[in-house]
Design a protein around this ligand. Structure first.
Ligand code: NAD
Length: 505
């Protein structure tokens, strides 16, 4: 029997316990970028169905906020256990639906497990401060309370990790979740929900509808964004999407966490360990076929090492294996769809017009059926930061430029709209510290001697400027999912007023 990705996909979905009624007979067609084959037809939720889901989530909130946080953590601990058991299958589904290599698919599920572990610990550490008060016989403190319904909108390229960053924190913080996954990756969302449902069943004390998935495109997302009962909208995707979502949520005084596009750069200085830089740049720029928000897209190389590094990079680009992530060991898998391929080719043409010299970038047609889009990653030597270099093209294109002056390269580095991730390769302490200082990289993530991609869950994740300013995952990102109350308690027999104000009646 010949291999069918659609059959493989429905076998995995069955093993993960997803109800076939959720992915058959509907109007949303789902395709695998690996072969271009259709994998499912999902029923979609319209705006009225989203409103109903939010009503159910609001009911769940009233019960869940009263469950002590360490008990809420127990549910997330069970979710981590269920994810461990489902790691191989869910990782495979990520590969089928998003085209990632098995190692990256499994890595994404590991990230889900890691954030569960983090959130379990957090469930006993949602600390407020005790603050010195100027009034005698008073105590001042702050408390962190559950916020309300959290709406999660996610992108295709991290189809499940982004949900878990939000959901693990939202749940321990006392909030229900309504999730609108990318219309390009709905199956991994249904599978994640089925896994969470198993954890909820074992937990036994959760209110109904603590977590719901709504399937659909932009309109479905808009219904979530517009509903004032959604206290927090955590939206991951393009800057264009954030420009639409951010103002709408702000207009109703809702809270948003925006995780938007990146245009991440690396800087290679004269003292850099070039072997290490080469490997870091290759993974950062070509890994996941350039479809990570943290993919390295711009590279500034010092004039004194340019001719040692760039020819080696061009060679690596020429020899990198491109192919089916499920049946070969290829390092570079497919682009998500034809639109991504067209956008890549348009950017390459624009770069040529702006004086760029292109290496790679052509379609690799012989590795897959016509409906799948595999490309050789492109390295483009640019005379300066011009043309398409200033914009994110969500494909494996690395623009390479020379520099001579450190202060100038920092300026160039920061002279784009996005501000997500950045890195410098140097053994010079002054350069490294300067890059990390207030006058250095303006990004939310700044690395030394590693690439721009591959963040861990322990740190806060997100970026500045057109990347949206949101932070998710580790550090104190949990505060975005709670509301703070400052409490002052008077245990004296007097009523002294702050700032020495007198008001005797
Ligand atoms: P996209 O913007 O096309 O879609 C993202 C999600 O937003 C989808 O679920 C989509 O249905 C929804 N959406 C689009 N317009 C909407 C609207 N007006 N209202 C409500 N929902 C709307 O992005 P994509 O192509 O799926 O993903 C790639 C982009 O995501 C890249 O720009 C990448 O850099 C970015 N990204 C950012 C991060 C981060 O953490 N900063 C992580 C992953 C991806």
């Amino acid at each position: 029997m010949t291999y069918s990705i659609a059959q493989d996909c429905s076998d995995v979905l069955a093993r993960l316990g997803v109800d076939p009624a959720l992915y058959t007979g509907g109007t949303l067609e789902s395709f695998s970028p690996v072969t271009g084959e259709r994998t499912a037809q999902l029923p979609q939720q319209d705006a009225a169905a989203v409103t109903d889901a939010i009503t159910r989530a609001s009911d769940a909130f009233r019960a869940w906020r009263d469950v002590p946080a360490p008990r809420r953590g127990e549910l997330v601990r069970l979710l981590g256990e269920e994810l461990r058991a489902a790691k191989a299958d869910l990782g495979k589904l990520v590969s089928i639906e998003a085209g990632k290599s098995p190692s990256e698919g499994a890595g994404e599920v590991q990230e889900m497990i890691d954030i569960c572990d983090f959130a379990v610990g957090l469930s006993r550490q949602l600390y407020g401060l005790t603050i010195a008060t100027e009034r005698p016989g008073h105590r001042m403190m702050e408390q962190w309370h559950p916020l309300g319904v959290v709406g999660v909108i996610s992108a295709f390229n991290f189809p499940v990790a982004v949900w878990s960053w939000n959901t693990a924190l939202a749940l321990v913080c006392g909030n229900p979740v309504v999730w609108k996954p990318s219309e390009k990756t709905p199956l991994t969302a249904l599978a994640s929900q089925a896994i969470l449902d198993r954890a909820i069943k074992r937990f036994g004390e959760a209110p109904a509808n603590l977590s719901q998935v709504i399937i659909g495109g932009r309109e479905t997302g808009e219904a979530l964004v517009d509903d004032p009962r959604v206290a927090l909208v955590s939206a991951t995707g393009s800057t264009r999407m954030g420009q639409q979502v951010g103002p709408k949520v702000a207009a109703r005084f809702g809270r948003s966490i925006l995780e938007l596009g990146g245009n991440n750069a690396g800087i290679v200085c004269p003292s850099a360990d070039l072997d290490m830089a080469l490997r870091a740049i290759a993974f950062g720029a070509m890994g996941t076929a350039g479809q990570r928000c943290t993919t390295m897209r711009r590279l500034f190389v010092h004039d004194s090492v340019y001719d040692q590094l760039v020819p080696r990079l061009i060679k690596a680009y020429g020899s990198v294996s491109v192919g089916n992530p499920l049946t070969t060991q290829a390092l570079v898998g497919p682009l998500v769809d034809r639109m991504a391929y067209d956008a890549m080719q348009a950017a390459i043409e624009a770069a040529k017009a702006a004086g760029g010299t292109v290496h790679g970038g052509a379609r690799v047609a012989d590795v897959a059926p016509e409906a799948a889009y595999y490309v050789k990653p492109a390295l483009i030597e640019m005379p300066s930061q011009t043309g398409p270099v200033a914009e994110e093209t969500f494909a494996p294109i690395l623009y390479v430029m020379r520099f001579t002056d450190f202060a100038e390269v920092i300026e160039q580095h920061n002279a784009v709209g996005a501000g997500l991730s950045s890195s410098i390769f140097t053994l010079d302490l002054r350069e490294a510290e300067m890059f990390l200082s207030a006058a250095g990289s303006d990004c939310g993530i700044a690395n030394v001697n590693i690439g721009t991609s591959g963040a861990e869950i322990g740190g806060a994740f997100g970026g500045e400027k057109e990347t949206g300013g949101g932070r998710e995952s580790g550090s104190d990102a949990w505060k975005g999912y709670m509301r703070r109350a400052t409490n002052t308690i008077n245990y004296s027999r007097a009523l002294p007023l702050a700032q020495g104000v007198v008001f005797d009646i």
